[in-house]
Write a new protein. Structure first.
Lengths: 335, 331
C-alpha cells in the first residue's frame, strides 16, 4: 500500500501531469462556454424577433423576385433575354419558406446533443490519459527513477503493476469527477439555454452507460500509453508509436484500402471502432457494392460493428500491450 | 567475521550481432561485516555489471550470490531493505526537489519521513533540499544519491563511484562519512577509480579485470603480495652505473638502468648490493626501497599502465587465469 501511495503522489506531483490536466480542463471549459453562449432558450421575445427577421427576409425575397420578373419581362425581344429563364418560371418566394424557427439562435437539446458531447469528452480524456500514461512511466525509465525504485523494491512486476494501478485509479477518479461536472454543466446549459425534454429515466441510464464506456476508453488509452512507453523504456516510444499508428494505420492504410477498393475499408480504421464502442454501434459501408431492390434501387452493402465487438478488440489490444510490457519488465535486464 | 556479501563464479554474457562478450567470467568476491571494502577495476572490467547483478537489475548466466547471508536474487525482496546502493551515475527526476525525491523513496520503502531530514543533514544538502534536482551540480547529485542509499539505514551500503564530481572538501567529507558509517557497524562496499582514496579508507579490496578477480584481501596484504621489492641504487659516479649493473646481474639480480640510478629487484637481501659493489670498488651513495602503492599494483594487475606511444582501448586489460571449480566463496 505504501508503494501505491508513493506512486500516486509521484504521478500527481509531476508538473507535466498537472499542466496537461490543466490544459485539458481549459479545452473542456472552452467547449462548455462555447455551447453555453451559442445556444439560447426560445422565449416569446426571441420568437417575435425571429418572426420579424423571417418576415423581413420574406419581404426582401419577394422584392427581389418581383424585380427579377420585371427585368425578365423587359428583356424579352432583346439579346438580354437569353440571360433569363422563361419569366413565369422565376422563383416566387412563399411565406412557408421563411419560418421563424430558422432565424432563431440554436437551442441546446440535451437529449439530442449530449451523446456527441460525451464522445468528445471521452476522446479528449483518452488523448490526455495516453500521454500522461506514457510520460509517467517513460520519464521514470529515462531519468533512472525506475532503477532507483527497483533497488528499494526488487519485485519488478509488483512495481510496474502498482504504477499502472496508481495511474488507472487516478485516471478513473479524474474521469468520474470530470464526467459528473461535464454532465452537470450541460444540464445547467440545457436548463438555461435549451431543453431537457425527453430525458426519461431510460435516457439518463443510456447517458450513464455511455459515460461508463467513455471511462473504459480513457483507462484503455492510459494503459496502452503506459505499456508502450514501458516496452520502449522511454516516453518517445509511446508517442512515436501513436504518431506512427495514426500515419500508417489511419491515413496510409485508409488511402491504400480506398485505392484498392477494399470492401468496408472504414472497418479497418480505429475511429469507426471507437464510435461503435461509444455509440453502441457503427456502420461501415462498401460504396462499390450494389444490393438491388425494386423499391429502393441500388443500395451499398453495410456491416454493423457493435459495441461488444469493439470492446473485444479494445480488450485484446490492451491485454497484448500491457502483457508484453509486463513480460519484458520481468525478463529484461535493467541497464 | 561474517561475510555480508559473497559471490562465487558469477558469469554474465552479452550476445549481440557483433558476437559474444563475457562481462563476468567466473567472478568471485567476499566482503566481511563491518569493513570498508574497495571494489576496483578498469573501465569495462565488470564492476557495474557485478553490482547490478547483485542488486537484481541484471540476470546472471551462472554463479552464486549472497547478501547478508541470504541467497540472491531469490531472497532479494527480503534483504533489499537492509542494503542501500547507488549504481553508476546518480539519476533522479530533475523536476522534483531532493526532499520530494527522498520522501517518495521513503514512502515506497516504508521508511519514516523523519529519516529524510536526517540523511539530508548527513550529506550536507539540508539548505538546498527544496531546490529542484536539475539545478544541482554533479557533486550535489552525488550527495543526494548517497542520501538515498542511506535512507534505509542499511546494514550494507554499496556505492559506485561516490566521490565522482565531488570537490576536494566533499571527497574528504565522504571519506569521513564512510569511516563513521563503518565504525557504526555498517559494511561499505566502495567502487572507485580514486585509488589514493581507496588506500586511505578501505580495509580490504577486490580487484577485477576482464570479468575475473585478479586480487583480493586486506589492502596491506594485496600491497605486500604484489610489491616488487625493488631497491633504488645510486652510486658515487654515474659513470659506474653500467659496471654496477653488470656486477649485480652476476649475482642474480634484475637490474634496470636509469639515467642516474639503478632499479634492482630479485635479491633477498639488499646488503648483497653494497657488498658486491664495494668488492668492485664502487661505493653506494643511496640505497632506498621503493614503496609500492595501490595504484601501481592496480596498473600491474590489470595491465592498464600507460605505455608511451600506445593508445590502450577500453577492453584491453589483463585477465586472470580461468577460475578453479573451488575458487572464491569464503576464500
Amino acid at each position: 500500500m505504501s508503494l501505491y501511495t508513493a506512486e500516486t503522489r509521484r504521478l500527481t506531483k509531476r508538473r507535466f501531469t498537472r499542466f496537461f490536466v490543466l490544459g485539458t480542463l481549459l479545452v473542456l471549459a472552452a467547449i462548455v462556454a462555447g455551447m453555453f453562449f451559442t445556444n439560447h432558450k426560445a422565449s416569446p421575445e426571441r420568437l417575435a424577433a425571429a418572426q420579424a427577421e423571417a418576415d423581413s427576409q420574406y419581404q426582401f425575397a419577394v422584392q427581389q423576385a418581383s424585380k427579377e420578373t420585371a427585368d425578365c419581362q423587359a428583356a424579352q425581344g432583346t439579346p438580354a433575354a437569353q440571360n433569363y429563364p422563361p419569366c413565369d418560371q422565376i422563383y416566387q418566394p412563399a411565406r412557408e419558406d421563411f419560418r421563424a424557427e430558422w432565424y432563431m439562435d440554436p437551442m441546446f437539446d440535451f437529449r439530442e446533443q449530449f451523446g456527441f458531447l460525451v464522445t468528445a469528452l471521452a476522446a479528449l480524456l483518452a488523448v490526455m490519459a495516453f500521454v500522461i500514461g506514457a510520460t509517467y512511466v517513460g520519464a521514470e525509465w529515462s531519468s533512472g527513477g525506475m532503477m532507483n525504485l527497483l533497488l528499494w523494491r526488487p519485485r519488478r512486476l509488483q512495481v510496474l503493476g502498482t504504477k499502472l494501478a496508481a495511474l488507472l485509479v487516478s485516471l478513473g477518479v479524474f474521469t468520474v469527477v470530470v464526467s459528473a461536472a461535464w454532465t452537470g454543466l450541460f444540464v445547467l446549459t440545457a436548463q438555461l439555454r435549451g431543453t431537457l425534454a425527453g430525458m426519461t429515466s431510460g435516457a439518463w441510464q443510456s447517458i450513464l452507460l455511455m459515460e461508463l464506456r467513455g471511462m473504459v476508453l480513457v483507462l484503455a488509452a492510459g494503459a496502452v500509453g503506459f505499456g508502450l512507453a514501458s516496452l520502449g523504456r522511454h516516453t518517445a516510444m509511446a508517442l512515436g508509436a501513436a504518431i506512427g499508428a495514426i500515419i500508417v494505420f489511419q491515413f496510409g492504410l485508409g488511402t491504400v484500402l480506398s485505392l484498392a477498393k477494399v470492401p468496408f475499408a472504414e472497418a479497418y480504421l480505429v475511429p469507426v471502432w471507437a464510435l461503435a464502442w461509444m455509440d453502441k454501434s457503427a456502420v461501415a459501408t462498401d460504396w462499390n457494392s450494389c444490393d438491388y431492390s425494386s423499391t429502393s434501387g441500388c443500395e451499398p452493402a453495410t456491416i454493423t460493428i457493435t459495441w461488444p465487438m469493439a470492446g473485444g478488440v479494445l480488450a485484446a489490444v490492451v491485454l497484448l500491450i500491457v502483457g508484453a510490457a509486463m513480460w519484458t519488465m520481468r525478463s529484461r535486464d535493467v541497464t | 567475521m561474517n561475510a555480508v556479501l559473497e559471490i562465487q563464479g558469477l558469469r554474465k554474457t552479452y550476445r549481440s550481432r557483433k558476437g559474444v562478450r563475457r562481462a563476468l567470467d567466473g567472478f568471485d568476491m567476499v566482503v566481511e561485516a563491518g569493513q570498508v571494502h574497495g571494489f576496483l577495476g578498469p573501465n569495462g572490467s565488470g564492476k557495474t555489471t557485478t553490482l547490478r547483478t547483485l542488486l537484481g537489475l541484471i540476470r546472471p548466466n551462472g554463479g552464486r550470490m549472497a547478501l547478508l547471508g541470504r541467497e540472491v536474487p531469490q531472497a532479494l525482496p527480503e534483504v533489499a531493505g537492509l542494503v542501500g546502493a547507488i549504481v553508476e551515475s546518480p539519476q533522479f527526476f530533475g523536476n522534483f526537489s531532493a526532499r520530494d525525491t527522498l520522501s517518495l523513496l521513503a514512502d515506497a520503502g516504508g521508511v519514516e519521513r523523519a529519516r529524510v531530514h536526517e540523511v539530508l543533514e548527513l550529506v550536507g544538502l539540508r539548505d538546498r533540499a527544496g531546490d529542484r534536482v536539475k539545478t544541482y551540480s554533479l557533486g550535489m547529485k552525488q550527495r543526494l544519491a548517497v542520501a538515498s542509499a542511506l535512507l534505509k539505514n542499511p546494514q550494507l551500503l554499496i556505492l559506485d563511484e561516490p566521490a565522482n564530481g565531488l570537490d576536494p572538501g566533499g571527497i574528504r567529507e565522504m571519506r569521513t562519512l564512510m569511516r563513521n558509517l563503518a565504525e557504526s557497524g555498517m559494511t561499505v562496499v566502495l567502487s572507485s577509480h580514486i585509488l589514493g582514496e581507496i588506500q586511505l579508507i578501505c580495509d580490504s579490496v577486490t580487484i577485477i579485470s576482464a570479468g575475473r578477480r585478479v586480487a583480493a584481501g586486506s589492502v596491506a596484504d594485496v600491497l605486500a603480495q604484489h610489491a616488487a621489492s625493488a631497491v633504488r641504487v645510486r652510486v658515487e659516479s654515474v659513470a659506474d652505473l653500467t659496471g654496477s649493473a653488470g656486477a649485480l646481474r652476476e649475482i642474480g639480480a634484475q637490474v634496470v638502468v636509469e639515467p642516474d640510478h639503478l632499479m634492482v629487484s630479485g635479491l633477498a637481501h639488499p646488503s648483497a648490493i653494497t657488498r658486491t659493489l664495494a668488492a668492485r670498488g664502487i661505493y653506494v651513495s643511496e640505497l632506498a626501497p621503493v614503496a609500492v602503492d595501490l595504484e601501481s599494483v592496480f596498473l600491474e594487475l590489470t595491465g592498464t599502465a600507460p605505455v608511451e606511444g600506445e593508445h590502450r582501448q577500453v577492453d584491453e586489460s589483463a585477465a586472470a587465469p580461468a577460475p578453479t571449480v573451488n575458487g572464491g566463496w569464503g576464500q
